[in-house]
Design a protein around this ligand. Structure first.
Ligand code: FAD
Length: 403
């Protein structure tokens, strides 16, 4: 049986590669090589079994240096740019959107500790986070608070040598396997938001269970219940007052790499559909020669190019330290919809074989569909763009819209 592995060598997002350092370009190439072999086959095979991909791949990804991608060089990392990070994530997403999301989340936690952690946190966690022997996840969502983070109700009260945490978190990516979760909690009399590094060990004060997500096993989603679960004093990552801002900054950046991963996924699907349509014969010609099918894939290609351009614009703004809040929402909104619609079109263009286990397009559609929720729903993206309209598109003095 063909594994449906994608062979196309280049990524659509390479337009700005002149802004990458030679080391970053090598990292992108190494990610491409890593994904193109047994990893890719394992991702598809485990999806077909309804299982998450083997955990050993996380260790191998770490050994190849990718969990230290954006960790500061003085802490032993590559210190890679945002553009480099999204290029790497998009390479993985060519093979599985969900695997890219999971690996990216893991490296994001190492980056966060390197950049914002205390000396004690770095000393305890960073070596393991970079080596893949300690895994951590961001955890904000709750059963009653997803889009509306104001509804977050997990509380942390001071106890001797730390905090006692009570509440329930859900939809935690990698949640079934992580050793720590960076949890958004309420703290103090006024219930201000703080972020705590919560040790995740199942026991009398902590229980986690896998969240069944048909087609989304690679995400390893979990629900985590805490009852007077003790977090040591060194676990305070963002003190009351700054945590929501820090978490939202991380989510904003995440929206751009979710969009980049959608571009990677859709590009791979389109390459696969075009290759198939060039050889499959119908009515005396390759199906790609029929105008109806050409137009179908032409529309996919056009939306793909537009999504890619948005992602690159957003990434360059982030790397230049500019405000990218609106563009992050716009590129996630556009790229997620382009990918969900586009992968489906690619499947249809291949006939029944496109939906079969011989190709990975069915897996990609299952996984990319979930991108519409992670890091904010598309409705919330529209909301974010809408709230910024008066600021972002005010007419500039002398005429013409502001960029
Ligand atoms: C694959 C996956 C991975 C995830 N990983 C993580 C993770 O690692 N960590 C984490 O903390 N969370 C994670 N999440 C959770 C994700 O952030 C939430 O699903 C998301 O924020 C939406 O929350 P909700 O699912 O509770 O939907 P709800 O907030 O209940 O929304 C339900 C519907 O109402 C709409 N809606 C809500 N409010 C408004 C409004 N004001 N205006 C218009 N429409 C509105 C929404 O758009 C949606 O259509 C993940 C989710 C998925 C699917």
């Amino acid at each position: 049986m063909s594994t449906g592995r994608t062979a196309a060598p280049s990524s659509l997002l390479d337009d700005h590669d002149e802004h990458l350092t030679p080391e970053e370009r090598e990292l992108v190439a190494a990610a491409r090589r890593f994904c193109a072999g047994a990893f890719s086959d394992d991702l598809h095979a485990s999806y077909l079994r309804g299982e998450p991909f083997p955990r050993d791949w996380i260790l191998r990804w770490a050994e190849a240096g990718f969990l230290r991608l954006q960790v500061e060089p003085r802490h032993g990392g590559h210190g890679a740019s945002f553009l480099c990070k999204i290029r790497v994530a998009a390479e993985v997403a060519r093979h599985s959107f969900a695997a890219a999301f999971c690996l990216n989340n893991l490296q994001g936690q190492a980056t966060r500790i390197s950049r914002a952690g205390s000396d004690a946190q770095r000393e305890r966690l960073l070596p393991g986070l970079m080596a893949g022997t300690v895994l951590a996840a961001p955890s904000m969502s709750e059963p009653d608070g997803g889009s509306d983070l104001g509804a977050v109700s997990t509380v942390a009260v001071p106890v001797e040598d730390g905090w006692s945490v009570t509440g329930t978190k859900t939809w935690v990516t990698n949640g079934t396997v992580v050793d720590y979760a960076t949890m958004l909690v309420r703290m103090g009399d006024e219930g201000a938001f703080a972020n705590l590094l919560v040790p995740c060990r199942d026991g009398p004060t902590m229980r986690r269970e896998a969240v069944a997500m048909p087609g989304g096993a690679h995400f390893r989603l979990a629900r985590i219940e805490l009852r007077a679960h003790v977090v040591p004093a060194w676990g305070l990552l963002d003190p009351p007052g700054s945590a929501l801002r820090t978490s939202m900054a991380a989510v904003n950046a995440a929206r751009i790499h979710v969009a980049a991963m959608c571009v990677g996924t859709l590009h791979a699907a389109l390459c696969e559909a075009v290759a198939y349509a060039g050889t499959r014969q119908a009515s005396g010609a390759p199906i790609l020669a029929h105008q109806g099918l050409q137009w179908q894939l032409a529309e996919v290609a056009t939306r793909l190019e537009a999504a890619s351009a948005l992602v690159l614009r957003a990434a360059r703004l982030v790397d230049r330290g500019r405000d990218a809040m609106t563009i992050a929402a716009q590129c996630k909104l556009f790229a997620v919809d382009a990918a969900i619609w586009g992968v489906d079109q690619c499947i249809r263009s291949m006939g029944a074989v496109g939906a079969s286990a011989a190709h990975r397009l069915g897996m990609q559609l299952d996984e990319v569909r979930l991108a519409a929720f992670a890091d904010g729903t598309n409705e919330m993206m529209r909301d974010r763009v809408g709230r910024g309209l008066a600021r972002d598109y005010a007419e500039a003095p002398g005429g013409g819209g502001a960029a």
